[in-house]
Design a binder for this molecule. Sequence first.
Ligand SMILES: *[C@@H]1O[C@H](CO)[C@@H](O)[C@H](O)[C@H]1NC(C)=O
Ligand SMILES: *[C@@H]1O[C@H](CO)[C@@H](O)[C@H](O)[C@H]1NC(C)=O
Ligand SMILES: *[C@@H]1O[C@H](CO)[C@@H](O)[C@H](O)[C@H]1NC(C)=O
Length: 609
Amino acid sequence: MLVPWAVAIATATAVSAASPWSSLPLELRDKNGSDAGRSSLPDVSAFHDMFTALSDMQETYFQRWLGTWPDGIDWTRAVMSTHVAAALRTISDELELSQPSQGVECATRKEEVVAGYFTDVIAYYFAEDAFAIRNQAYDDMLWVVLGWLESIQFIDEHSGFLSRVAFAGLGQTSPGAETWYGSRWIPAFAHRARVFWELAAKGWDTKLCGGGMVWNPRLMPYKNAITNQLFISASISMFLHFPGDSNTSPFGTGAVATSQPSTAEWPPHDPLFAQAAQDAHAWLASSNMTNPQGLYADGFHISGHSSGSNNTRCDERDEMVYTYNQGVLLSGLLGLYQATGREAYLREGHALVQNVIRATGYDLLRNQPVDDVPPNRVPPWRGLGRAGVLEEACDAAGACSQDAQTFKGIWMHHFAAFCAPAALRLSAARFGSGSPGGEESGAVRARHEADCRRYIPWLRHNARAAMGTRDGRGLFGMWWTAGLLRLTAASSDGEVAADARPPPPTGGGGGQVVDYRNWGVPLNEVWVRMGDGSRRPVSNHGGVRQKPIQKPRGEGGKTGPGVGERGASSDGGEGVWDPNLRGRGRTVETQGGGLAVLRALWVVSRLGV
Ligand SMILES: *[C@@H]1O[C@H](CO)[C@@H](O)[C@H](O)[C@H]1NC(C)=O
Ligand SMILES: *[C@@H]1O[C@H](CO)[C@@H](O)[C@H](O)[C@H]1NC(C)=O
Ligand SMILES: *[C@@H]1O[C@H](CO)[C@@H](O)[C@H](O)[C@H]1NC(C)=O
């Protein structure tokens, strides 16, 4: 799936075309510009694979005439646009790594690659159904905030790079004199991020459980991990990266986010955002939301609330464990460190990452999975995966919803943010009082990077598994573990699928497990507000995330969950069973997951081993 403008570039540069991607203009070179350093660069193939995943995602699933991924839903599209912006950040960063001696001409060619996909991001800005998302749950709104803040960071970094190249190449007198055209979009993106942050901030509630974000204003109060983690991450990112907004439309009055309401201006680095992030973090940390494996359970109901009790405590925990609930917090913790200089935030992040890695069945000390992988068998479930690979509980059965198809990619995105080599570049001294001095922050950075480096072999293992799920068209599947197992046709005969299904998680307290992300919100009084006396759910159109809002399973809905299909996979030939054809099959969401794991591998492996 070669994109047309890449062909043009390839022709112009006359690179040998052994594979379509050898013609990429993004030649990886050592800092000194020689090819000799190629082998010293980390996982060079991961970079090419990442670019291919991005290109396949956009050429296969994005419709330019609509400016969107038509098969996505509002929140998954917001995540997809985040993946694209993040990939562009990484490509731009790579240009810099390979650039210095190569001059303006080369930079211009490479700029076309980045700019080509940036136009997709701009198109999506208009295709995004901002009106619909305003009426959805608070988490839906916060994905929007994170997406546009990611794009703003990309624009900032890419503009900076181009002005440095122009400075070096043209002998201009001051760097930054040239501004990339993309920066014209910053005010629009900033405005949308700010508007949606304000809408979402209305979900903060102190009447119940002493604080915390409510998930969905149209349901019974449910304080879940994702909404709170998103609020932490989005708020601290607003503090760090929001460039300010002077656009009062369409919500001109009643602003809650500004320290200068009378001027109707929203300044950058408003301490209000940092405070919101710290409050939300303090609440989450004290909420008892983690299970005995140190993983976040899904969230808390308030028992008796539906029958008029005056209980206000978060005391009824839903024990369901999803990958993304262990991920979004990571970028929030990084941001909190950047804003305050407190290393405890980083330590908390590493503890969570290590709990996740352990729960995939991977031993970081021995650097290998704890279980053998006998031929044609599925290894035992370890809490959040098996055989050292991150897995969703719905994966093995092929029963994942559109929501769940997006989760592993989200984990990888936020993990990459946490462990990116540039992660601690931003000076804490810029924002915090009492932040550490140069030497101390150097030591913090060394400790942080040493920990992140330890995760690289595990990450590579996961990327390899995900790569193994690609079909003949190069598209990624949902169940990454299957890419490692190479199941044969025999495995589809029920036996493997049966013992592969994970047991329900137990939180140690005998709590309930409701997998509402895959099977929809139960229409009972624990979840849904009942109309007066009627015992029927009140209308909650547009608010309750339920199956009908998601796109039907499977391509054309031909296959249902758990119904296996036999087929030849990309390179496996006859007899290889492709469990990723089951259920919803390969989608833009599973492609986004593939893109995210490859990007994480490339980004984090730059720390070296
Ligand atoms: C460039 O880097 C490579 C690999 O690190 C090294 O072998 C080579 O000698 C370097 N060339 C120069 C001119 O420094
Ligand atoms: C509400 O709280 C009060 C005081 O704590 C208590 O006496 C009362 O029984 C509670 N009512 C219900 C319905 O639980
Ligand atoms: C934390 O939650 C678990 C699971 O619901 C429960 O068993 C335990 O008692 C709670 N601990 C505290 C201190 O509330």
